[in-house]
Design a protein around this ligand. Sequence first.
Ligand SMILES: Cc1cc2nc3c(=O)[nH]c(=O)nc-3n(C[C@H](O)[C@H](O)[C@H](O)COP(=O)(O)O)c2cc1C
Length: 370
Amino acid sequence: MTDDLFTSLTLSETTLPNRVMVSPMCQYSCDDRDGLATDWHFQHLASRAVGGAGVVMTEATAVEPRGRISPEDLGIWSEEHTDALEGSTEFVREQGSVPAIQLAHAGRKAATARPWEGGDPLQPDDGGWETVAPTDEPYPYEEDAPPTRAMTEADLDDVRESFADAARRALDAGFEIAEVHAAHGYLLHEFLSPVTNTREDDYGGDFESRIRFPLEVVEAVREVWPAENPLFVRISATDWLPDRESWTVDQSIRFAERVSEAGVDLLDVSCGGIHPDQQVPSGGPGYQIRYGRRVREGCDAAPEELQIGAVGGITTPEQADSLVRNSRADLAIVGREHLRDPYFTLHAAQKLGREDEVDVPPQYYRANIY
Ligand SMILES: Cc1cc2nc3c(=O)[nH]c(=O)nc-3n(C[C@H](O)[C@H](O)[C@H](O)COP(=O)(O)O)c2cc1C
């Protein structure tokens, strides 16, 4: 029988009730710039779980304070952060969804104002901080970037350990899936891409050296993240910089094989973000879906060993369903459409005639929520 959007998916020993995931989306809503989850984070995650999504993922959650994109980003660098997230994971699970967390470090793209305050880079005396990256070359903003420092071996040790500690805390907080963020021009992507990684030590240069640190981070997380819990990695399949030496789909395919060997269960395939000169083909429907398929087809890992998540411009139930039906992806990852419609999955079930596959909360029965 062909799998579809409402076929459950078992990864390791965790079963997702359907193939819809809420894409990680920054909410820029920590009140005191302390990385602690607030009521806003609870409602963001809780309402999408009520809406029926199989997996509800947090925004990029910083493993250390200097890894936040904006000062108001979520973090998980202390036990207090763990406690602040527990209520959300419990509620998400009670709705039948699987709670997931994206573990992140923004590298040289850290320290920017939140989008509705302009999104500009913040200098240290303006609420920003010194960022860290593979090299000391800052992101080429139109305005002055905050100072960037090339990471020393001690920094690499610290950040690797911060990812592992964050994973341990995420487990204590009740998350069942962890995703390592290695996309969109943030720290781990900065190591992968020759555009940003010009190091001359063991962590820069050829492909093997550039993937070394991201792979070490993935391995460190896998070591503490229990075997029964799925581990995802988000990558940018291409830098979208065809005119210069950059990270390409072929390199993504080779990297996919390596993360699969390291015990990663699902590759969440996004694109871009490393440099403002990127040439995005279009922002239309499913604009980057094909990259997931190319990685799957080129990759030696068996499809059941490394599942593929597709993201970008998925806005309709039919589109999400056909991705799974045609084996272009195993998981439909839906971002902005979930901001427009937190009940995307319930509405999809109705539209696709699969109402029996979802649980409408009894509190809402009388409203005929579909
Ligand atoms: C408000 C907003 C915040 C986002 N924050 C993150 C994030 O924290 N981590 C991440 O990997 N991607 C982030 N993204 C990208 C989305 O996860 C997704 O990949 C992108 O929006 C494309 O999917 P869509 O067309 O379904 O929205 C964000 C996107 C939006 C709109």
